[in-house]
Design a protein around this ligand. Sequence first.
Ligand code: NAP
Length: 278
Amino acid sequence: MVTILDGKSVSEKRLELLKEAIGESGLYPRLATVIAGSDPASQMYVRMKHRACERVGIGSVGIEVPGDATTDKVLEAVSRLNRDPDINGILVQLPLPGRVDTERVIAAVDTGKDVDGFHPTSLGLLMSGRPRFAPCTPKGIMTLLAEYHIPVAGARAVVAGRSIDVGRPMAALLTNADATVTICHSKTRNLAAELRQADILVSATGKAHFITPEMVKPGAVVIDVGINQLNGKLVGDVDFEAVKEVASAITPVPGGVGPMTIATLMENTFAAAVMRTP
Ligand SMILES: NC(=O)c1ccc[n+]([C@@H]2O[C@H](COP(=O)([O-])OP(=O)(O)OC[C@H]3O[C@@H](n4cnc5c(N)ncnc54)[C@H](OP(=O)(O)O)[C@@H]3O)[C@@H](O)[C@H]2O)c1
């Protein structure tokens, strides 16, 4: 029987525990989001993050920069938030409009407030095995694996995708947890054979129903990061109905990795507030 890795209910449980921890701490953590432009998906993600803040007792501030803003304008907003002692976490919603230099903006975030974990310092610490803030999606996946007592140490893990926000930090977190890790990408030769090696398969390609049963080792744990539209429906990278017949455990889309990402952002923001407390 396949186990459905229910990120929704695990995230609900984690948010409740976090709410208690924040209440007991006497702290009032605050998260600031920066959004540039009016991309509907980005607006929706930011709204979900603000709602989660409200639920656990984290204050939130939303900074909206016009879509035609320059890199300097976005940098000004980040710099104000860096200086604001009442703000513990800063999240710049990506993607930024094409004319904005995303790398400069990410590198401008105060590393003590980098709750998204995309700053080169945060990624460097993660790579060196001493993470401070790990990116929320892969960190949330590690939490989900732990909540279901899925052994990672010694497992063969294969990650499809090498982005800075998911694939690369996912591989680093799995390596830090003693998995043997392969990263695949669009130039990987014989991808199916690589993926079939995986005890833990993480797909973050952004290709709807790309992962089929032939690519999955029987009994593998399959983590689907993808958020894709297919015939007007939200689907993952994994052909869920077919792959669940061969996997031992699998995340659904929606309700798998997505809610874990938001819960982890809340946990990172509280951790940032605790770190700031003398
Ligand atoms: N659930 C969540 O919370 C969450 C969070 C973040 C992202 N996502 C979703 O996860 C997906 C990936 O996001 P991302 O930001 O990592 O995307 P991305 O930056 O577009 O990266 C996609 C990666 O997949 C690889 N890839 C694409 N086609 C491939 C193929 N045919 N074979 C093998 N590898 C292939 C690319 O390889 P190259 O490097 O060679 O181009 C790239 O490394 C998207 O659907 C996104 O919406 C979900």
